[in-house]
Design a protein around this ligand. Structure first.
Ligand code: BGC
Length: 430
């Protein structure tokens, strides 16, 4: 568990202390294992000495302490710590909310390699951390943008593509981290509402294969452990009342929601990806993690039975599947745990990659110039998007109202549940 996340949760605990039920919900969240986002060069050192955020070494040391505390009869047990590697130059090329600090035009790729990846790799390689299992989720949204957002009027993505910025940056990261035995790399592969269409998945298989092959001289596809889906998104694991059949996905019927995308949920997406990647030459060890931090969709608006119209029975209540910013009516999803699905042994874990309560982007439409971290207003986070909550701070900042909404709408519910990550508390998934 990340002590910095726990401190944010403690702030919310203060704010709800007059309500016993909210206090209980927040107490549950204090035990969530969440990923640490290395979202800028300064995140490596942190600023703990001056009361600021923990750095990479602080986090690894905290993990060692927690691992020791959980030892059984003096024997250390496997212990996982999760990081998101997220600082490519010209980051978030198809949107504005999370543009980062590095620009390719300003030597960003060189800085990414030497001041960011090299430093991370050096620290992770320290023998002191050999007992930890270090999970890395690599550069959310970046390569998926190369697959689908080039040549469609997103000029920042066109530039990054022409200059090969993301490809060179990600290959560098894969190459460096592939030498570390206890570092498990998961490349971000968006979610079913983005790459789920047959043609997009086909592009993804070819594209990722090429990307990974070019990362090392061996060309091995086995350097990654696998892929991470649904990072920071809201797409459900399972739509309980239907599959992606013609009547559900057709655009001519009662709904436009799935637009002929038969991957109506993350489990369907992962099943298809796994089969197709292995058929394309990836090793049988290829595995997945799914971000379930905010895809629970509990709450009053959740349909509870099959209905004639898919819009009346989908638990994903968004107006459009592409909406990604501080989405209303969402809740905490399946609790993080390893090997969550005995029928799908290729799912390594459900994970809370996006820390629930961290904003996706500011709703303040006047924040049009990037702040020091490259964060600014994206219309997807503003009042013209019916799905976006108002009152949101910049991406990554604590958003108390969203946090409380997520806890209240958790599915499975947080009330009265054991939160042990090793226990299955879940509903059955198909
Ligand atoms: C932000 C990052 C933040 C992450 C996790 C992203 O949207 O850009 O700065 O660390 O979310 O909350």
């Amino acid at each position: 568990m990340d002590p910095d996340y726990q401190a944010k949760v403690a702030m919310s605990a203060q704010m709800v202390r007059s309500s016993a039920s909210d206090t209980a919900l927040v107490a549950a969240a204090a035990k969530f294992p969440t990923a640490v986002w290395l979202d800028r060069i300064a995140a490596i050192d942190g600023a703990k000495a001056t009361g600021g955020a923990m750095g990479l070494v602080d986090h690894l040391n905290a993990a060692l302490t927690q691992q020791k505390a959980a030892a059984v009869g003096g024997v250390l047990q496997p212990f996982t710590i999760q990081f998101v590697v997220y600082d490519l130059p010209d980051r978030d090329c198809a949107a504005l909310a999370s543009n980062g600090e590095l620009l390719s035009a300003n030597d960003g790729l060189k800085r990414y390699k030497t001041e960011y990846i090299d430093r991370i790799a050096e620290i992770l390689a320290r023998p002191a951390y050999a007992s930890l299992r270090i999970v890395t989720v690599i550069e959310p949204d970046s390569y998926p943008n190369m697959l689908t957002n080039v040549g469609v009027g997103k000029t920042a993505c066109d530039t990054v593509n022409t200059k090969g910025v993301y490809v060179e940056g990600i290959r560098y990261t894969l190459n460096k981290l592939s030498t570390l035995k206890n570092v498990y790399m998961y490349l971000d592969i968006a979610h079913s509402g983005w790459l789920g269409w047959d043609n997009n998945r086909a592009k993804a298989i070819t594209g990722f294969k090429d990307l990974i092959k070019g990362a090392t001289t061996s060309g091995s596809l086995g350097i990654i452990r696998g892929f991470a889906t649904n990072t920071a998104n809201y797409t459900p694991l399972d739509e309980p009342y239907f599959d992606g059949t013609d009547d559900v996905v057709s655009t001519g019927g009662t709904t436009q929601f799935y637009e002929w995308n038969r991957a109506v949920d993350e489990l369907t997406f992962v099943d298809k990806l796994r089969t197709e990647f292995v058929a394309a030459g990836f090793p049988q060890t290829l595995s997945f993690i799914i971000d379930t931090s905010r895809n629970g969709w509990g709450g009053a608006k959740r349909p509870t039975a099959k209905a004639a119209d898919v819009d009346d029975m989908r638990i994903d209540r968004r107006a459009h599947r592409g909406n990604w910013c501080n989405v209303k009516d969402t809740g905490i999803g399946e609790r993080p745990r390893a090997a969550p699905d005995s029928k799908r042994t290729y799912i390594d874990a459900f994970a809370f990659v996006k820390p629930p309560g961290d904003s996706d982007g500011t709703s303040d439409s006047s924040a049009t110039s990037p702040n020091a971290d490259g964060k600014r207003f994206d219309p997807m986070c503003g009042s013209t998007n019916v799905d976006a909550l108002s009152g949101a701070p910049h991406a990554g900042s604590w958003f108390h109202n969203q946090f409380m909404m997520l806890l209240r709408n958790a599915s499975p519910s947080l009330t009265g549940q054991s939160l042990s990550i090793n226990k299955t508390t879940s509903k059955k998934v198909k």
